[in-house]
Design a protein. Structure first.
Length: 462
């Protein structure tokens, strides 16, 4: 026995997955937001340092000879946090504060170049550094955009500030993601998960006991997709429950009819033996009535046999093979051996190159049933043709019989209802349709007029 799936626990439920995915996606969004934010933070940090360098240079401008003492110069550089501070005016005059032994510059950055992706790349490069680098920064003066401020600073303080900023952003991202995930979780739980869980529980309960009316899912008042699904599920369960009840009653009735048919066939066999003895009687009246009696008994026995066969047959067990369709139809024509006034009736017009992948014996039954129906209806010519349409083969069986009466067309493919001749069972077309469906194909009535009837058979090539 196959193990039935059970309702998942909380950790494996749809709610938990939605919560986890929401957190992941919000964090991913925060990462995408953090990258340009880090680049902007680094730029603001360097602009602030150049502004502090500019303030330090203002002390030089306040002196008559643009010079200060070494002690004041060291204090100005310490307050600016730089090794070198230089100010180049638009007229080319350059003022500078410089340490006694400035270190070697490792990298130079120009703040006037503010490309979006360059800022992001510079910020990531700063975070990746393990050792302190000496940076040379060029930027416009805060008060005079045409003037240039140049500073030489350590990278380590900027890296620590950027890491602190990243930590604050990460903490804020986690809080935002959890709050967002909670709201999304509650919303989805109310809008989707709970209704879906009720629908799933209803389907599981219906599977366990389809006849229990108390487990029917009552449709809600929602008008969205979930509401439509609830209404359709309730309607499907109601109709399927009614169909199952009807199938159960029909199955019981079918078993009873099968037993009755079996006993009736035995009774008719005895009547057939008696009728055979009556056929040898010398009485003229008996000889006159006996053929009619024998024919009626034969039809009754044939009806019982077909009914028993139809009741016992299950789904066909197909043994597929690839073969030319024309050769199969030739065998059907030879087996029928139908002639009218000594003339051939069965004409095979199928091209030799058309092949099908099917059960040869089952298709033989299909063509035989259709051919017998056409011949018994009074057709003097039966033409069978076929053509390829994409990856399918369409077979056409046309006869010149009198056509199907309206009652037969209305009940076509229904057992014991769709026969066009007196005493017929209509099982031939029903069996043919079942066999075509088993092959992945179909059979349909193309047309039926007073000049003939055409059936179309559809088969996949493979």
């Amino acid at each position: 026995m196959t193990t039935r799936p059970r309702m998942p626990n909380l950790l494996r439920s749809l709610s938990a997955r939605l919560l986890a995915l929401t957190v992941v996606f919000v964090m991913l969004s925060e990462v995408l937001i953090f990258a340009p934010s880090a680049g902007r933070f680094r730029l603001s940090y360097l602009e602030q340092r150049t502004a502090e360098g500019y303030l330090a240079v203002l002390a030089l401008m306040a002196t008559p000879n643009n010079m200060v003492s070494k002690e004041l110069e060291r204090e100005l550089l310490t307050s600016a946090g730089a090794y070198i501070v230089a100010f180049t005016r638009p007229d080319g005059v350059k003022l500078m504060l410089e340490a006694e032994m400035p270190p070697k510059v490792d990298a130079t950055y120009d703040l006037r170049q503010r490309d979006f992706f360059m800022l992001i790349g510079d910020a990531i490069d700063t975070l990746r550094q393990r050792d302190n680098r000496i940076l040379r920064i060029l930027g416009p003066s805060p008060m005079h955009p045409q003037a240039i401020v140049e500073i030489v600073i350590d990278e380590a303080p900027m890296r620590r500030a950027l890491i602190d900023y990243s930590g604050r952003v990460l903490a804020l991202s986690i809080v935002i993601s959890l709050i967002t995930a909670a709201f999304v979780y509650v919303s989805l739980q109310w809008l989707m998960v709970r209704p879906m869980r009720r629908m799933t529980e209803s389907m599981v309960a219906f599977r366990e006991n389809p006849e229990d009316v108390s487990r029917l899912l009552p449709p809600g008042h929602r008008t969205d997709e979930i509401g439509v699904a609830q209404h359709e599920l309730a309607d499907m369960q109601t109709k399927l429950r009614a169909a199952l009840q009807q199938k159960t009653r029909l199955a019981a009735l079918g078993q009873a009819v099968t037993k009755i048919n079996h006993d009736l066939r035995n009774i008719l066999t005895t009547a057939q033996l008696v009728s055979d003895r009556l056929a040898g009687s010398a009485n003229p009246e008996v000889k006159k009535l006996t053929p009619t009696l024998v024919a009626a008994i034969d039809r009754a026995i044939d009806l019982c046999s077909k009914t028993l066969t139809f009741a016992r047959e299950g789904p066909p067990d197909l043994k597929r093979q690839r073969f030319p369709l024309r050769s199969l139809v030739d065998d059907v024509g030879a087996a029928l051996a139908v002639q009218v006034n000594g003339s051939q009736v069965f004409f095979n017009e199928i091209p030799a190159e058309i092949e099908v992948d099917a059960d040869r014996d089952q298709l033989f039954r299909v063509f035989t049933n259709l051919g017998q129906n056409a011949a018994q209806a009074g057709a003097s010519r039966i033409d069978i043709s076929a053509r390829r349409v994409d990856r399918r083969v369409v077979i056409e069986i046309a006869d010149n019989g009198p056509g199907l009466p309206p009652r037969a067309r209305e009940n076509l493919f229904r057992p014991f209802s769709g026969s066009a001749r007196p005493g017929g069972t209509g099982l031939g077309l029903t069996i043919a349709r079942d066999l075509m469906h088993a092959h992945g194909g179909d059979i349909r009535l193309a047309r039926s007029t007073a000049t003939g009837t055409v059936f179309e058979l559809d088969l996949p090539v493979t």
